[in-house]
Design a protein around this ligand. Sequence first.
Ligand SMILES: [Zn+2]
Length: 631
Amino acid sequence: MTCRALLVLALGLAACGHPTRSVHVEVADLVLDADRFAVVADGAKVDHLRVQPVTFEPGVLGGARELPAWLLPHTASLEFTVPQDLAGELELHGGFAFDFVECKRRRADYRDILEAKVERIGEDGPELLWTATLVAEGKTPHGYGWREITGPGGGPLIVHAGDRLRIHSWNLQAHKNLPKFGVAGLSLHVRREVAVETATPERPNVVLVVMDTLSAVHTSTFGNPDATTPHLDMLAARGTAFDAARATSSWTWPSTASILTGLDPAEHGVTKAGTSWLAADIKTLAERLQAADLATAAFTGNRLVSADFHFDQGFDTFRGPDRNEFIDGAELMPPALAWLDDHADERFFLYLHLVDPHRPFAPLPESKIALPGEKPADLPKLMLAQHTGELYPESCAIPDRFERPLLTSMLSARDLAWMDRSYDQAIHTGDIWLGRLVAKLRALGLDDSTVIVFTADHGEESYEHGDIGHGQSLFPELMHVPLVMAGPGVPVGLRVADTVSNAALYGYLGELGERGVATAPSAPNLQAGEPMFYSTSRGQWDGARGQTLLGIESDGWALHLCVEAGAQRLFDLKNDPEQHRDVAAENPDMVARLRAQLLEHQSAAEAGRQTPAALGAGEGAIETLKDIGYL
Ligand SMILES: [Zn+2]
């Protein structure tokens, strides 16, 4: 659940003398729970409440640009009862506004005035709790006036279980074709006092580092002959390394949501722009650890992993991009390290999402010195990705041949080597930030009382299968991710050869936070060796883009299935681990077995989906994807 407003409050001393702190927790997201509400418009009940993302004015509701909102007809009123199962003082959060997209279509001289109210309906009639006047003017977003619901004096509006509330709006002008009116972010929050615990080897801190876009084979820990990741190597030497870890998806949104929820992408539903909202009903790792009274903080450099898409659930402190850009380690690390300084005496969960290996690469000078390389002067100036359209259909026209050499007509071996080298330099820079983190934990004396876990959300392709970037396929350069952990309870010097999904970290780290080392598995059991499942909604298949690809890896075989094409490819991992030769035609029985297993898994995952149906892509979500190069 989100803590969109301020979070950890000052440390205090309770009457018993133990230090406590006040935590602010969302306990109910009301917008996506439409069954609770009755809507009345012009005296008639409206049956279908429409929920869709509405773009917010920046800086309102904690800087969110877009949230699922009810779009109500004017003069509508919305009635609901505060759930009986919630005790104590509850803060009602939420906001009202005109719909931004709708307003942009208006004339420049457009002006409208709206009033909004929240009332408590009692036996003696309605009691006014909050009211605001909204003015919509012209086409600029500043005219749409999101207004946050507040209590007397601007503080939170307090309600109680069983209160019957009415949210009411009306238009003060007699305009026809009024813009839609949104009610968004409506949620109930509580503040609770929790005891401050100091981490011990038995009940350690939890640090989870996800390095965006990091192929395992490009790390020196997992096979790169060049020393790209010396700090990760050291972490592996004092802990456990998983040689065959897999992500659940080949791009950020679904994969990161899986790491933070333990769910398959089909279950958590964060798979494309239109379903990008991480639903409040899902209990995230941060929520579990927050409920276990750990101080929780996230520092993320990827715009997709942001509060705007509800990834801040369970974090007392959440810092992420508020613009459609990546924040590299140089900007992200100082506040993260400062947060550690401030919380060294409290048991904590720190989530760090570093983006240095994501294009565009900006390695530190140290990395260029450590891994020297010169950009070929005659490297084609066009973005190489622009050639993908020509190359990909060509490579796929030969069904058993997805090979990098197809590019050699355009790129020399020197060009290709530079592509690898520039990526490795960026990885080396990411590893420097990991080193700073480890050094800080050591300097604070937290080595023996902190479990640190390192993984990636997905890898990166440099034309191994005719393409560049990520999200486009389920090949190993994208699905094979690093996974290393070290700290109390983690075996030292162990290498795990079996396949594991990094989404299993949710279970391990959740238990570690809740129950400590003694009762969490001593050798982290991440369901090693089970069939691996992964997927992407941004796949390419025979030259077609935006395809849904599903993958399974089991018993030395990998099957990739394109949902739209109804076709699949099979790879023999023992003889062809890098997956260049489709052997489906020679192995129809294996294809049938894996296909059935894959489809059964997928339908079970979809049936277990914990989020409402797609909200539809909001303008802000689409803009985000465009700005960071995904659309
Ligand atoms: Zn990513």
